[in-house]
Design a protein. Structure first.
Length: 68
């Protein structure tokens, strides 16, 4: 998996009659062992938060609009 990439969106894999949800961990590093800049880390966490909320909102929308 790539580093310094937002991998927050879940991936679904179908196997026979089941759907399996895969979730990867997003790993961010500068590669030099130093702490990330506070502003840069804030921007990264904001992006991840927005992606999480978008994914959650999409799933909730799908559940409430699903035909029964």
């Amino acid at each position: 998996m790539p580093i310094n990439t937002n991998l927050c969106e879940n991936k679904f894999v179908k196997h026979k009659d089941k759907a399996i949800m895969l979730q990867a961990t997003s790993i961010y590093t500068q590669g030099d062992g130093e702490k990330l800049d506070v502003k840069k880390m804030f921007d990264i966490m904001t992006d991840i938060s927005k992606t999480s909320l978008k994914t959650l909102g999409s799933e909730i929308f799908n559940q409430i609009t699903k035909s029964k």
